[in-house]
Write a protein that binds this ligand. Structure first.
Ligand SMILES: *[C@@H]1O[C@H](CO)[C@@H](O)[C@H](O)[C@H]1NC(C)=O
Ligand SMILES: *[C@@H]1O[C@H](CO)[C@@H](O)[C@H](O)[C@H]1NC(C)=O
Ligand SMILES: *[C@@H]1O[C@H](CO)[C@@H](O)[C@H](O)[C@H]1NC(C)=O
Ligand SMILES: *[C@@H]1O[C@H](CO)[C@@H](O)[C@H](O)[C@H]1NC(C)=O
Length: 515
């Protein structure tokens, strides 16, 4: 049976509720397990009076107390979270359930570069932004609140979304400490490390991350969760500490494809503070993304395989076998694999001479200065202030260990000049004649590849991607399969990802010393 869209599902629940209450049975059931629960599970539990948002938040507060000191996935918990939860519980009692969104009464972490106008700080992990006051909620946070979500706190990240230096470790920030992978206690990847860690370790239901090049797809893969990197402009970047408005995008990180699709429903669409969302709103499907959660979603999909994207160095032996199994599953689900494809200028795009750095360094300086200037108050007002702050607070910001080379290189740029214009033209050409031509020529619905290398191709074109858990290596490190497509391909990527997930159910929760 194809999955129902959410409103139909809720109306089925209502029927069930009517039957239950006609027997006068509405007692609280402690048997319900919150761990690994999906949005549907939680909404069902709410309506069966097995669970309240208050209990849900209390559960996660306890999880954060137990596991965050080890994992460092969260920088701040919202002191207002329990208030928002009891508000949601009241609203649920008063309203007809059909009117509530799948996110109503659900706690969400947002990456610490996403602004919230409340008691939480928005700092991109750096002490330089501690005490800054944002003018308003980020566009995506406004939409989350409108959907009734509880803003539970700020997830940790690679500081400044990995754009301070070449040496800074993935998942480290001065304010958040070193984030850890809950499966291995090692590398969580980044830069949306805490968003992936917190969801993987059941410290929250769902979270938001951001990606400029790989920052949602990579941590999702390594922490065994589902990440959606939307088409650039599908979700608002207003109020997000930026790197490049040409490449930045905000997307969900969740435990299941369905949860990620419902979160995308909540955050996608126009925002008057980010004009790119007006143009990209043509990609938002009528009726939402829930309708694409089809168990047979792989059927008839043309999926391209570019073998060069499967380069794991010395770990090749295990992964080549593992991905052959993935391909078999895709075929089993009815997908048509188009194998042995090549992307024009592959090594230029994945290498250092594509022009991406030239463009992004200049774009970063421009957009970070705009972000800092529009703050109501802030210890720093420009990139040059940030550099100075790090020098003055070198111990706190580990300047000796990690440096700030990217900040310095960006500060040395002088706007979009000749070199930058040439780089931008080169990038556009590489994207058009590379990934885009490959997709169109072969009539592909998606390219399947590990998140790590495919992210460059998606980044420079503003294209979307989805990562789904695909298994664990012999050391217990998770890996995922990514699906990338052209602008606005989210519906078919969600169909493919959901179909694959349905056949594999590959995610296991981390043991964290409990078993
Ligand atoms: C508790 O949950 C288990 C597994 O879902 C189920 O088999 C069992 O019947 C439940 N017990 C009660 C008392 O509801
Ligand atoms: C935000 O930062 C200030 C320090 O500037 C701190 O006092 C406050 O507790 C922080 N907010 C939260 C929610 O942690
Ligand atoms: C968006 O576009 C409108 C109309 O072109 C313009 O007036 C406005 O300043 C733009 N807003 C932003 C945030 O760039
Ligand atoms: C792909 O290339 C390999 C090695 O060159 C070959 O063995 C295989 O048959 C090719 N597969 C397809 C579907 O063309």
């Amino acid at each position: 049976m194809a999955a129902q869209s959410f409103p139909i599902y809720i109306s089925m629940l209502l029927g069930l509720l009517a039957i239950l209450s006609s027997y006068g049975s509405c007692s609280f059931d402690t048997n319900f397990s919150i761990e690994e629960a999906t949005l549907k599970d939680l909404q069902l539990a709410f309506y069966q009076n097995k669970l309240t948002s208050t209990q849900l938040v209390e559960f996660y507060l306890e999880q954060v107390r137990r596991f965050n000191p080890i994992l460092n996935g969260i920088i701040e918990v919202n002191p207002d979270a329990l208030n928002q939860a009891s508000q949601a519980d009241l609203e649920r009692k008063r309203s007809s359930p059909r009117s509530l969104s799948p996110l109503h009464g659900i706690p969400v972490f947002v990456k610490d570069n996403i602004a919230t106008k409340d008691q939480l700080n928005t700092t991109a992990g750096s002490f330089a932004l501690l005490g800054s006051i944002v003018p308003r909620d980020a566009g995506v946070v406004t939409k989350l609140r409108k959907a009734g979500a509880i803003i539970f706190g700020k997830a940790s990240l690679s500081e400044w979304s990995d754009f301070r230096s070449y040496e800074q470790p993935n998942g480290w920030s001065a304010r958040g400490g070193q984030g850890k992978n809950p499966y291995t206690m090692g590398e969580p990847c980044g830069s949306s490390s805490g968003s992936a860690i917190s969801v993987a370790a059941n410290m929250v239901t769902v979270s938001l991350g951001t990606e400029t090049d790989g920052s949602i797809l990579c941590p999702s893969t390594l922490n065994s969760v589902v990440g959606i990197k939307p088409t650039v402009g599908l979700t608002s970047r207003a109020g997000v500490v930026p790197i490049s408005l040409r490449q930045d995008t905000v997307g969900p990180i969740c435990r299941t494809v369905a949860d990620a699709a419902y979160v995308l429903d909540a955050i996608a669409g126009p925002d008057r503070y980010d004009n790119s969302t007006i143009e990209a709103s043509k990609y938002v499907p009528k009726g939402g993304y829930g309708q694409f959660l089809k168990e047979d979603g792989l059927k008839g999909k043309r999926i391209g395989i570019v073998r060069k994207l499967y380069d794991f160095g010395h770990d090749d032996v295990f992964y080549i076998g593992a991905f052959e199994k993935v391909f078999k599953t895709l075929k089993q689900g009815g997908a048509i694999l188009v194998d042995n494809l090549t992307i024009n200028s592959f090594h230029v795009i994945t290498g250092s001479s594509s022009g991406e750095w030239t463009a992004v360094l200049a774009e970063f300086k421009i957009s970070i200065n705009v972000y800092l200037k529009q703050l109501v108050a802030s210890p720093i007002r420009s990139l040059s202030d940030a550099i100075e702050f790090n020098r003055k607070n070198s111990k706190l910001e580990k300047l000796k260990e990690y440096g700030q080379e990217l900040f310095l290189e960006a500060e040395a740029t002088k706007g979009i000049g000749g070199a930058e214009k040439a780089a931008l033209a080169r990038l556009a050409k590489l994207s058009k004649e590379g990934f885009e031509r490959l997709m169109i020529k072969n009539k592909l619905d998606a390219i399947a590849a590990p998140g790590r290398l495919i992210s460059h191709f998606l980044a420079i074109g503003g294209f979307p991607g989805v990562s789904v858990p695909a298994g664990y290596n012999p050391q217990g490190l998770p890996f995922g399969i990514g699906f990338g497509g052209l602008k606005g391909f989210e519906p078919r990527l969600i169909e493919i990802a959901y179909g694959f997930e349905h056949l594999t159910m590959g995610r296991k929760s981390p043991s964290l010393g409990r078993h």
